[in-house]
Design a protein around this ligand. Structure first.
Ligand code: NAP
Length: 222
């Protein structure tokens, strides 16, 4: 099994961004270089990095290691419809990226992604991306560890499937006041709710005035 760590910035009111349409990059303004370096080092220590297509649209992230030394993890983006913005940074910098799509994705959209340099399109799942099957494929290719940087729907699905081993939260000391901003879990996921899970606090520290908490499930490898 791939060891999966989620890494999220959460406001005091439990939000992943400052508003419903806002990029989570707005939260970067509330912390400094020492936390940025630490968080990029977390990227570098994982074989792969994943965000959902919603985060590619909202944040246009690079998902590379820029503020620490170490290798870039393999980028993996689940996008069932294959309708990612073709000008997204991560589709155009020539670094290895896998886009996982469903078998119902339109051929033209798949072809447009596959035409990008170093972008591989993997069909995995009938109507939406089958995350468990995708993890099996990636494991078969040597991926042992993955960091997942959101967003809400992807986090919800991974927790629902019980695939998350470790949770890292950067507690951003602001209250958004927005009821519509996305939360750590997506409230209206069609898959519905799931059972209570208990997590063990394994570390807690602060950098740049931001508390960082790390939780593990009981199944994390020693
Ligand atoms: N604070 C933070 O740490 C942080 C980090 C990242 C993002 N964010 C914020 O989170 C928000 C985006 O969240 P989001 O929920 O819209 O996007 P998301 O979770 O990044 O992406 C969700 C999309 O991924 C695709 N997907 C494919 N297979 C899936 C599966 N099995 N389960 C779930 N999703 C699957 C679906 O779109 P298709 O139709 O393409 O399949 C789905 O709508 C933005 O506001 C962003 O700024 C915050």
């Amino acid at each position: 099994m791939i060891e999966i760590t989620t890494l999220s910035e959460l406001t005091i009111d439990g939000k992943l961004s400052l508003g419903p349409e806002a990029s989570s990059k707005g939260l970067f303004d509330f912390y400094g270089d020492d936390l940025r370096t630490w968080f990029h080092a977390q990227r570098a220590s994982n074989d792969a990095i994943m965000v959902g297509s919603g985060t590619v649209v909202a944040d246009d992230p690079e998902l590379t290691v820029r503020h620490a030394s170490g290798p870039n993890p393999l980028r993996v983006i689940p996008s069932s419809s294959a309708k990612l913005p073709l000008d997204a940074k991560l589709l155009n910098d020539g670094l290895p990226t896998i886009v996982a799509v469903s078998r119902t994705a339109e051929h033209a959209d798949v072809a447009a992604l596959a035409a990008k340099r170093n972008v591989e399109v993997l069909a995995c799942g009938e109507r939406s991306v089958d995350l468990a099957a995708l993890m099996d494929i990636l494991e078969g290719r040597g991926v042992k560890t993955m960091i997942v940087e959101g967003g809400s729907r992807l986090l919800h699905s991974l927790h629902q499937l019980g695939l998350v081993n470790r949770i890292i939260i950067k507690h951003i000391p602001v209250i958004t006041g927005s009821t519509q901003a996305p939360s750590y879990m997506y409230p209206n996921e069609p898959g519905g709710a799931f059972d209570l899970t208990r997590w063990r606090l394994v570390d807690c520290f602060s950098k740049s005035g931001v508390a960082v908490t790390i939780y593990e499930s009981r199944t994390v490898r020693a």
